[in-house]
Design a protein around this ligand. Structure first.
Ligand SMILES: [Zn+2]
Length: 294
């Protein structure tokens, strides 16, 4: 549901936001709800501010029961340092506020104590390496540049699923000791479900990234390069596993004697890959390029 528009920035509100307010009023937790909402707003605004300073456009802001979520345009295609600062800004501001209160103010009122603890919990919790939490995103970007996008997709899926299950398990223990408190279990189930949904976008993102790399090269004029040396009979999907997010790849193709027989740019490889030739060899890719040139 669209709420308002500030300078062409649409702000949406999710219907469950109202449902949660009603539940919180009924349970007598409305004060805690607004503190929690304020803390998550600080978190999200930190992301938005750094994104704005890095020149990124904010597509929309959605008010969810768990706080605001800012949808940023082209985050995956911005410079690695900007991406790290944008994603890291949210948890860092919460941890900074929490530590500042703990070290210098020592909150006396229950409200201020709750505010401090919420900042610390949200800050540290968001640093867990579960995709799509902030920590998971940072970890994923690090992995994908080190081990290639496809391999990192699989690794982040295993890590995120396992950690969500661990949180669910701890949530079950929590219910045994504190009956009716299913907060951790709900968070674990929510994280598992949202990861499954986001994981689909990761695979879509792989192909999107490949096709947008050419555009990035044209706008930035230069992109850091990685070279890959492979035998002519190496299969395309083996090379695809090596492709990473922030580098433009040049593939040097060698024969059995180790002599360079040709080279393929990432754009050429991707064009061939997107035609569905995952299981062809580099040699077949070279023939395809030669035919196209003729
Ligand atoms: Zn965040």
């Amino acid at each position: 549901m669209k709420l308002l528009k500030i300078k062409s920035l649409p702000i949406f509100i999710h219907p469950t936001f109202f449902i949660l307010i009603i539940i919180m009023i009924a349970l007598g937790y409305i004060e805690q709800f607004f503190i929690l909402f304020f803390v998550t707003s600080i978190h999200e605004m930190a992301h938005v501010l750094i994104a704005y300073l890095c020149g990124l456009k904010i597509a929309k802001i959605i008010l969810l029961p768990i706080g605001e979520v800012a949808v940023l345009r082209d985050l995956d295609h911005t410079k690695p340092l900007c991406r790290f600062l944008i994603v890291g800004a949210g948890p860092m501001i919460n941890i900074f506020i929490g530590l500042l209160l703990y070290l210098f103010i020592s909150p006396k009122t229950p409200q201020l104590y709750f505010f401090m603890m919420t900042n610390l919990i949200i800050g540290f919790f968001n640093l867990l390496p579960i995709y799509p939490l902030d920590g998971g995103r940072i970890f994923y970007f690090f992995l994908s540049n080190r081990f290639g996008i496809l391999r990192s997709n699989k690794a982040i899926q295993k890590i995120s699923r396992s950690m969500s299950i661990v949180i669910c398990f701890v949530g079950l223990i929590q219910i045994i000791f504190y009956p009716f408190n299913c907060s951790l279990l709900s968070i674990g189930i929510y994280l598992y479900a949202i990861h499954e949904k986001e994981y689909m976008y990761l695979f879509y993102g792989f192909y999107k990234n490949l096709s947008l790399k050419q555009k990035k090269l044209q706008t930035q004029k230069l992109v850091p390069t990685k070279t890959i040396v492979a035998y002519k009979n190496t299969l395309i999907h083996h090379i695809a596993k090596e492709l990473s997010w922030d580098y433009y790849h040049l593939i040097f193709v060698i024969d059995e004697k180790g002599h360079i027989i040709d080279h393929i740019t990432e754009s050429q490889l991707c064009e061939y890959l997107l035609l569905g030739h995952m299981h062809d060899s580099l040699e077949a890719c070279i023939s395809y390029i030669a035919q196209k040139i003729i």
